[in-house]
Design a protein around this ligand. Structure first.
Ligand code: AP5
Length: 219
């Protein structure tokens, strides 16, 4: 199965993807995580992407499609995939169809997570991530037990640089202008498109997500 998670910054795509994959297996491909790793490693891609990410703009489609092509070429073609934060433009969606067709696969499901803007801003302002294990917390909804310390591995918790208010505003604008049109795009695509309200506790969103995919309901 190939699943695409669509939705604005902070709606919970990463949170839901990790929960699903931890429980049912498959691969979680987050272009945001891959780009942040490239930035940390100082690769050519990272150096090129950093400026776009700092402003909350999209990294150019060609760089993203190369990244995805390279990543998929290392994977078993039977492995289920959950794409999180990709595709983000019509050009990326069309590029993905081409890459998948080369390995006789296609997108099966598109799930759109929805939440109002004030909720997204609150979630993004409170998000803290562990630099060691990548676990994600939220100061408002899921606070770590010790301030600044990961509850899983005791690593340091940091705020993402693009979660600053001005960058968040731009990311929300960029989502509306460049990514939201994908909802219409996938409405007339062979993949099935479902909408899930993300304004409920994380476990309830997960249940609704699984129901949308037609898979087991135990969280
Ligand atoms: P990326 O990392 O993809 O960011 P995003 O899409 O903006 O999404 P986020 O990671 O901010 O949010 P999320 O929906 O995953 O929410 P999360 O689960 O963390 O992209 C970053 C940048 O990289 C882009 O701006 C761009 O520059 C570049 N980029 C990436 N992909 C690209 C592409 N394909 N093309 C071009 N450029 C690209 O949750 C958020 C917070 O809310 C957390 O603290 C969480 O604990 C909390 N939370 C989650 N669910 C709930 C809930 N139900 N109730 C309460 N709190 C919740």
């Amino acid at each position: 199965m190939v699943v695409i998670l669509l939705g604005p910054p902070g709606v919970g795509k990463g949170t839901q993807a990790v929960r699903l994959i931890d429980s049912v297996g498959g691969e979680h491909i987050s272009t945001g995580d891959l780009l942040r790793e490239a930035c940390r490693d100082g690769t050519d891609l990272g150096l090129e992407a950093q400026g776009f990410m700092d402003k909350g703009d999209l990294v150019p489609d060609l760089l993203i499609l190369d990244l995805i092509r390279d990543h998929l070429s290392t994977m078993d073609s039977e492995t289920s995939i959950v794409f999180d934060g990709f595709p983000r433009t019509i050009a990326q969606a069309e590029g993905l169809d081409g890459v998948l067709l080369d390995v006789t696969r296609g997108v099966n499901e598109v799930v759109v997570f929805e939440a109002p803007e004030d909720e997204l801003i609150k979630r993004l302002s409170g998000r803290r991530s562990c630099t060691d294990c990548g676990a994600v917390f939220n100061l408002h909804f899921d606070p770590p037990t010790s301030e600044g310390e990961c509850g899983r591995c005791a690593g340091p918790l940091v705020q993402r640089s693009d979660d600053q208010p001005d960058t968040v505003k731009n990311r929300l604008r960029v989502y509306e202008s460049q990514t939201a049109p994908l909802i219409e795009h996938y409405s007339s695509h062979p993949a099935s498109l479902k909408r899930v309200s993300a304004v409920q506790p994380v476990n309830d969103v997960q249940l609704a997500f699984r129901a949308a995919l037609g898979i087991g309901l135990t969280v």
